[in-house]
Write a protein that binds this ligand. Structure first.
Ligand code: ADP
Ligand code: MG
Ligand code: ZN
Length: 472
């Protein structure tokens, strides 16, 4: 019997705000333990929360980017439970009416993963387990989070991997979160079940909590698929439970039996007003949303004739794509510009963070000037390359490196003259070419390049030669 895998994801993402969800404490990662806390995030009696407007905006941006509908009226609720990392003994979250709902993300195969909801909530503190003691760091208490919940739409670990990577890319791109799984600013709970291939009723699921790397998620999914399948094959049943991933051997182990919503005794947060999002506000936030990378990708391919791979390189980092967009507005040869950016400008950077920052001395306008010279054939590609290197180092204009003589370039008439001369002086290459040896043409191109001292454009020279030879 063949068994199918079904998975659904709950992803917690820390929002890139400067201050916490309900107080003005800083959100920065790490730092002296318990140095970024106040009565509000410690839940001391008498303290009152104030909602962070920027957090709500970022949550809405995330919702819009994931094609969600936005509730113009939603509520904050208390989720009650007691654990040492939660000094208030409740978390402020959203229960029955989340801020965003009914979205989706489309995988590269075209498959749609539905997003049931995105709600805002606050993070808990961090427990540090040492040998004979456990220490508590409350710095993370009250850091703004969104939780993005999918429908059980995944049917393989590959789909899960792609979804998480797409989500990371998108949320970074729109500036909602840095989504660093190793640092815990993105964490996933993986729900997984199996069912016989001939059944369409979903099996009983288990939930693996707090996964902090995509590789581990894939391992956990594969492990659970195998474990659950083997149990079913033995005629046993699956217990719905919460598991933890054991990194040392790639297995899962029970953490606690699955809690029920009833266990949390949700009720409306009495210290906060309902969350109203006005039409005008929503409109303003929508206008802040940049062109989505998937749309850009299609546009680059269609509008500028870039290859899909090149377009993917450009949309990977927001600053890069925006730099390219600027250049593209200033030139009629965006494709040449893309090549210079991907080839030469990227090679300045080695880390992801550097590429993300894309701090370059050359402005889009300066690059467009070089592109214009290159595509009109006034400078050839090797001269363009060395010139761009100099520009990148100095931040100076192209005209600072190319003399008037260089820029005078090469007129069409001059090129035709040289080509005619090449044909005249290389009868054997001409005979070879006419006899069907296409390669012989390169000898003639070489002649033109030498005579012009590199100023001619090899591609145009080749076209010109071909024309002269076939016309005669
Ligand atoms: P809870 O409120 O207990 O967390 P939800 O219904 O909100 O439960 O589901 C949590 C996650 O589990 C969702 O991402 C959902 O897609 C997923 N899920 C639900 N049922 C199944 C199932 N049978 N198999 C796999 N995933 C499931
Ligand atoms: Mg859950
Ligand atoms: Zn605080």
């Amino acid at each position: 019997m063949k068994y199918l895998m079904t998975a659904g994801l709950e992803t917690h993402v820390e929002l890139s705000t400067k201050s916490k969800m309900f107080c003005s404490c800083k959100t920065e990662f790490a730092g002296e333990p318990n140095s970024r806390c106040c009565p509000v995030c410690l839940g001391l009696p008498g303290s009152l929360p104030v909602i962070n407007k920027q957090a709500v905006e970022l949550a809405i941006l995330a919702g819009l980017a994931l094609n969600c509908k936005i509730n113009t009226l939603s509520y904050m609720d208390r989720k009650n439970y007691s654990y040492p990392d939660l000094p208030k003994a409740y978390q402020i979250s959203q229960y029955d009416v989340p801020l965003c709902y009914d979205g989706f993300i489309k995988l590269s195969s075209g498959k749609v993963i539905r997003i049931s909801r995105i709600h805002i909530e606050e993070d808990a503190g961090k427990l540090v387990h040492n040998k004979n003691e456990t220490l508590i760091d409350y710095n993370r208490c009250g850091v703004p989070l969104i939780e993005i919940v999918t429908e059980p739409d995944f049917s393989s670990s590959d789909e899960v991997r792609e979804y998480v990577q797409m989500l990371q890319h998108l949320l970074r791109y729109i500036g909602v979160s840095d989504c660093r799984m190793q640092e815990g600013s993105m964490r996933c709970d993986v729900n997984v079940s199996v069912r016989p291939a001939d059944s369409d009723k979903l099996g009983t699921r288990t939930e693996i909590k707090n996964m902090n790397s995509v590789a581990n998620m894939v391992k956990a999914l594969e492990y659970e698929y195998k474990r659950q399948t083997e149990l079913l094959e033995k005629g046993e049943s699956i217990t719905q439970e919460t598991l933890r991933f054991v990194e040392s051997d790639g297995s899962t182990s029970p953490m606690r039996s699955k809690e029920d919503a009833r266990d949390y005794r949700f009720f409306r947060e009495p210290d906060l007003l309902p969350l109203h999002i006005g039409e005008a506000e929503l409109k303003r936030i929508k206008e802040n949303l940049p062109e989505m990378p998937s749309i850009k990708l299609e546009r680059y391919v269609k509008e500028f004739g870039l290859s899909k791979t090149d377009a993917q390189h450009l949309i990977k980092y927001r600053r890069v794509s925006e730099f390219f967009d600027e250049v593209a507005k200033l030139t009629s040869d965006a494709k040449t510009a893309s090549k210079l950016i991907i080839g030469q400008m990227f090679s300045l950077f080695s880390t992801e963070a550097q590429k993300e920052e894309f701090s370059v001395k050359v402005t889009p306008f300066q690059l467009s000037e070089l592109v214009a010279l290159l595509s009109s054939g006034k400078v050839n590609s090797s001269l363009a390359k060395t010139t761009l290197d100099k520009m990148l180092l100095s931040g100076k204009d192209v005209t600072d490196f190319l003399s008037a003589e260089d820029l005078k370039g090469f007129t069409k008439a001059e090129l035709e003259n040289l080509c005619a001369k090449a044909i005249e002086q290389s009868p054997s290459a001409v005979a070879d070419f006419k006899g069907g040896k296409e390669k012989a043409l390169m000898a003639l191109v070489g002649f033109v390049m030498r005579e012009s001292r590199g100023k001619a454009n090899a591609e145009t020279a080749k076209e010109c030669l071909e024309k002269l030879l076939t016309d005669n």
